[in-house]
Write a protein that binds this ligand. Structure first.
Ligand SMILES: *Cc1c(COP(=O)(O)O)cnc(C)c1O
Length: 419
């Protein structure tokens, strides 16, 4: 198919125009975007269109017969969104593995769309316990209503995972690293169990990103990310992405054409722009996370630090082996009660108090007062959320500044007095 200069790229052209990319930073900058763009602009344009028009009936018939590739209607595809999808597929899978990506309205939409499309009534799903709260809620309320059963197993308990498999089990879903305790799954071990029983595996790798972990290369069937976090990287968009073999992704794309949870072109543009610096940002997030974890680990006012690179983390060896870095999120417990822990958070000057992670600005939260506020202390303890737990999502600030800030807050007399 020929493309006139100045015309937006077609889906096929986007794939054919790949530069010979190799490294992750080169991929993040160049992959997925046509080398020659509309109006010779260096940026991929935001194609703000709900529908795409046909010159005549013959062109419409050619489109239906697959003789030309082009867009039809905004719910079925958009050139800006396709460029972001192509970049993400290459970032996750690399050039040698056939893979495709589907962008969704949010990370939660990516999760719910995948589960709805892949789990028929009467089927069964296994999910690990340390996970994003809304994922658990969706499975325990919506899927149960649709006649889909589930079993929750402890993260990294492989005997429990295998024991939970039934004849009707279709999927095993886990995060890695998990939220908030950063448990790291032994992916080849999980894949071996799943394959033996013909069960598919899904990893929500939001906390890892393709910079730190490559689940598809370990045999995982589907990877999901909340692109709202590290992939977008600037706390300014919501999006989710599903990545896997092209056959699975095109089936999910067909479902999205019906259910409608698309990513809008503005968010796709912000994502493309954020991804340009993805590798640079991850390098700094990793460095900050590691340095802060070590600093806290050695601080007398800290009872416990949860970070996979620390030797006392339960999955330390797996994490060292299977991950390139361990990300910017550090969970830790103060040697203090609920209110002294809040006082510590209020004394911090650099991180903003807020949910989320993965943006350039550091964010801090006390999970018991953020995502789990409406639960009682007992209900929180039942799912492992203690009142003295803090989750710090390191941004890309200077490492020394983050540590100096933590240090002054921990040494504050009011914090100590209240403990
Ligand atoms: C944030 C997050 C989600 C949900 O993503 P949204 O983009 O907020 O919908 C899912 N899983 C994990 C691990 C997350 O951190």
């Amino acid at each position: 198919m020929s493309r006139q200069p100045g015309q937006p790229q077609s889906p096929a052209a986007a794939e054919q125009a790949q530069p010979a990319v190799a490294g992750i930073s080169t991929t993040a900058v160049h992959a997925g975007e046509d080398r020659r763009r509309a109006h010779d602009s260096i940026t991929t344009p935001i194609i703000q269109a709900s529908t795409y028009t046909f010159a005549n009936t013959a062109e419409l018939i050619d489109y239906h017969e697959g003789r030309i590739e082009r867009e039809e209607y905004g719910r079925y595809g958009n050139p800006t969104v396709r460029a972001a999808e192509a970049k993400l597929a290459l970032l996750e899978a690399g050039p040698d593995m056939p893979a495709a990506a589907l962008l969704c309205a949010s990370g939660m939409n990516a999760i719910t769309s995948t589960l709805l499309a892949m789990l028929p009534t009467g089927s069964h799903l296994i999910l690990t316990d340390d996970c994003y709260r809304r994922t658990r809620q969706f499975i325990q309320t919506f899927l149960v209503r649709l006649g889909v059963q589930h079993t929750v197993v402890p993260a990294c308990d492989y005997a429990a995972i295998e024991a939970a498999i039934r004849p009707e089990t279709r999927l095993i879903l886990s995060e890695s690293p998990t939220n908030p305790y950063l448990r790291v799954l032994d992916l080849p071990r999980l894949v071996a169990i799943a394959r033996q029983h013909r069960v598919k595996t899904i990893i929500d790798a939001t906390f890892a990103t393709p910079y730190n972990l490559r689940p598809l290369h370990q045999g995982i069937d589907i990877v999901i990310h909340s692109a709202t976090k590290y992939l977008g990287g600037h706390n300014d968009l919501l999006a989710g992405v599903i990545i896997g073999r092209p056959g699975i992704i095109s089936a999910l794309r067909e479902s999205q054409g019906i259910t409608g949870g698309i990513c809008d072109p503005h968010s796709a543009y912000l994502l493309l722009r954020g991804l340009k610096t993805f590798a640079l940002r991850m390098e700094r997030h990793n460095r900050n996370g590691l340095a802060v974890a070590h600093f806290l680990h050695n601080h007398p006012r800290i009872a416990r630090v949860h970070y996979p690179a620390l030797p006392d983390h339960p999955d330390h060896l797996i994490a060292m082996e299977q991950m390139r870095g361990w990300g910017g999120v550090v969970a830790f417990e103060l040697d203090a009660d609920m209110s002294a822990t809040s006082r510590f958070i209020d004394r911090l000057r650099l991180p903003y108090i807020g949910p989320s992670l993965g943006g350039v600005e550091s964010l801090v939260e006390q999970p018991s007062l953020m995502s789990f506020y409406e639960l009682t202390t007992e209900e929180r303890l039942a799912i492992g959320i203690r009142d003295n737990l803090v989750r710090l999502a390191c941004g890309i600030e200077d490492t020394e500044d983050l540590i100096a800030d933590l240090s002054q807050a921990l040494d504050d007399k009011d914090v100590i007095r209240l403990a």
